[in-house]
Design a protein around this ligand. Sequence first.
Ligand SMILES: [Mn+2]
Length: 347
Amino acid sequence: MKLAFRWYGEDDKVTLENIRQIPGMQSIVTAVYDVPVGQVWSRESIGRLKELVEKNGLGFDVIESIPVHEDIKLGNPSRDEYIENYCENIRRVAEAGIKCICYNFMPVFDWTRTQLDHVLPDGSTTLVYYQEQIDKVDPLESKSDMTLPGWDSSYTRDELKDIVKEYNKLTEEQLWDNLKYFLKRIIPVAAECNVNMAIHEDDPCWSIFGLPRIITNEKNLDRFLSLVDDVHNGITLCTGSLGCSKKNDVVKMAAKYAAMGRIHFAHIRNVAVLDNGFEERAHLSSCGSLDMYEIIRALHDNGFNGYIRPDHGRMIWGETGRAGYGLYDRALGAAYLNGLWEAVEKS
Ligand SMILES: [Mn+2]
């Protein structure tokens, strides 16, 4: 495994100097944030990130993410232009040495939680998803409270309603068609540039607000990989996204897709699955519902050689900042991953 850490660029309170002091840290996971979704990233911005990362002795290897414009997901006529921009971004980051690109294909709403600062019994705070809170939200009903955390704040309320209405006309099968159309065009470019594309599962891994979601389970991941059967068409195995449904056997999926050589990136975090949703928890297996040892062992034993990062952490020790992306708990997660990997390797 190649241990990596997400960094949000020069505005991130967590600095590269902090990150490089985490034992075993090799690579930075980051993105260009200064242009709107769908536009081409400037070589200057990419080069600046590379320079800063490498100056700190870390690898500039993984982009998370190059976001996919909604017109691509919707299959609108303008998609060809956005796909061409996407291909150009693949070429430009590859030129700068990037080996892996994480992205997702979730309509409108990226990761969704109902609260970002839920207090756990030990006083730490964490991200949670409670179904009864989701049920109170209707994106088409302007009187309801539509500002769940994680949503793209660049939409006005009316724009959000319009785009949700557009998606309400789209079936799951049409979303699959649009994903296939996208992959058929970008994967050859990724192959030519020797970059691995790694789709992130939908988070949570079920439909919300009646919108289609398809990257959710083993059957659908099989279908996804077969759309373009090329090693460059791979996945980001996000244990927390898949693991918030008890129907997903994350250990089995880790073993299977690692053996196929199709896991290029892994997000490792633990969740406690509850009757009414889930809570993000500390990485340690006993803190949540996932067996982290078995997941790491499945990756290791099946030849996984990609990038791995501790995913979200809780806020601990009084730290404040970007929810899920503080330094301390993610650093503890990284140390735990190191320990699991070393133990599995030597056993
Ligand atoms: Mn993830």
